[in-house]
Design a binder for this molecule. Structure first.
Ligand code: PFF
Length: 444
């Protein structure tokens, strides 16, 4: 795909579903409920919501705009808004690419666990209990097999490109996921213990409020909206010029936040339902046990309460979860792949093969050094990498890019831009408030 015949999303709905597909994933269903449960429930929820509105949404607009203006991979798009900073653009683009790839390396391991839960339900239905036990056990061989399976799926979709891969999958399957989610939330509240989880989720205990919590919430907000790694920039570059960027960004942020809130409404009550059934969730001291695998412990306990139907529901649920993870993982892989296609003139299939292979290798190293590397890679990429790169992108839009060009770009899909409140606040906000806020949170 040469840069003069760039692919595009074919409709606004297709773009929203693809961007929401990137945003909605393990971050919502695994990361957010786990962080909420380990950070005092409601307090984390409130700080997280504030971070989404005050930081993540303005940054989402910024990244989309850079991408649509540049009409290129992240390196090319950054170069377009910063023509004098050639090596700076390469450096930033490379940093984004590496962060996206490292995120994919741990993401594929967790998504592999979903593949395991799905396969486990399938094996249970056909009576293959030994196979089911194996895919549900926790060991390097099992983790490796499942991770590689998930990476192959991701590579397959990205190989098919924007139209037949990313957009097609996202548009068809995201709405089904939202529907099933709603049904499960209603169901969980018919079970014993659920309201205890709801209390934890909605009644704040401010003793948990700390600088660390604020940093975690900021990292989670960036992770959930796929910011600071070039993903949104690449998707923005496939966006047609007549789309209203601020409005579309608000819709994507709303869908993502809605799913995170919904996931909390499901998982926190499910934790207490599982506890009521004798599953150990908290230690004697009240700390969450094995937070990495929390969701994989409490969800099966919920499905068990459904009797025979539980197996089928769990099969559908995990299938949809795999798809949610897939619509995110393809957006991560698209970052280095777009760079290889447009900067190195590689064919899409070649780029997918070598980059996907390399990321699988890194993920394999993490699988075999799980205790030492898994948490470390998550921390480096999400707590530091994403917000720091986000800060750089804010500085780029606020200080480097000419305000007129910025105005012209957004105006193409939003002709009345200058009359609205958005343009009165946002440029200055991204220039001053976002950077200062991010720096403050870091040094708090
Ligand atoms: N937003 C995704 C999620 O919440 O699961 C994760 C993600 C996707 C992070 C794409 C970064 C990225 F570039």
């Amino acid at each position: 795909m040469a840069s003069n015949s760039r692919a595009q999303f074919s409709s606004k709905f297709g773009f929203i579903m693809a961007a929401a597909g990137s945003a909605v994933g393990l971050g919502n269903i695994w990361g957010f409920p786990t962080q909420t449960a380990s950070n005092g429930g409601a307090v984390f929820l409130f700080v997280y919501l504030a971070m989404i509105c005050l930081l993540a949404f303005p940054m989402l607009v910024a990244e989309l705009t850079i991408g649509r203006y540049g009409q290129s991979d992240p390196i090319g798009s950054i170069r377009a808004v910063w023509p004098k900073g050639r090596s700076g653009a390469i450096l930033l683009g490379l940093a984004a690419m590496i962060t996206a790839s490292l995120i994919l390396s741990f993401y594929s391991i967790v998504a592999g666990w979903l593949v395991g839960s799905f396969a486990g339900s399938l094996f249970d239905i056909v009576g293959l209990t030994t196979a089911s036990d194996w895919v549900n056990s926790f060991g390097p061989a099992r983790n490796l097999t499942l991770m590689v399976t998930f990476m192959l799926l991701t590579m397959h979709v990205v190989k098919n490109g924007v139209h037949d891969g990313i957009e097609l999958w996202s548009t068809r399957l995201m709405p089904v996921l939202f529907g099933l989610f709603a049904i499960l939330i209603i169901y969980i509240f018919t079970l014993d213990g659920a309201t205890e989880g709801l209390k934890m989720y909605l009644i704040p205990d401010f003793s948990h409020l700390s600088p660390k919590l604020v940093v975690s919430a900021m990292g989670q907000a960036f992770f959930s909206l796929s910011l600071g790694v070039g993903t949104i920039m690449v998707y923005g570059s496939y966006l047609s010029k007549d789309i209203n960027i601020p409005k579309t960004a608000a819709q994507v942020a709303a869908v993502d936040t809605g799913v995170a809130i919904g996931a909390g409404l499901l998982i926190l009550p499910a934790m207490f339902v599982a506890k009521a059934q004798g599953v150990q969730i908290f230690s004697e001291a009240g700390e969450l046990l094995s937070s990495d695998t929390l969701v994989f412990t409490v969800l099966p306990a919920m499905f068990d309460t459904m009797g025979g139907a539980g197996l089928v529901v769990s099969l559908i649920f995990f299938l949809l979860m795999i798809i949610a993870a897939l619509t995110s993982s393809i957006s991560m892989l698209e970052v280095p792949v777009a760079c290889a296609i447009e900067e190195l003139n590689h064919k899409r299939s070649t780029a997918v093969a070598w980059i996907g292979g390399l990321i699988t290798l890194i993920a394999a190293v993490i699988v075999f050094n799980f205790g030492a590397l898994f948490g470390l890679v998550i921390e480096i990429t999400t707590v530091y990498g994403q917000p720091i790169l986000g800060l750089c992108f804010a500085l780029l839009v606020g200080w480097v890019w000419s305000r007129n060009k910025l105005l012209e770009e957004i105006k193409q899909g939003y002709p009345e831009l200058e009359k609205g409140l958005f343009w009165k606040i946002w440029p200055l906000y991204v220039r001053i408030v976002c950077p200062v806020f991010m720096i403050l949170v870091f040094f708090a």
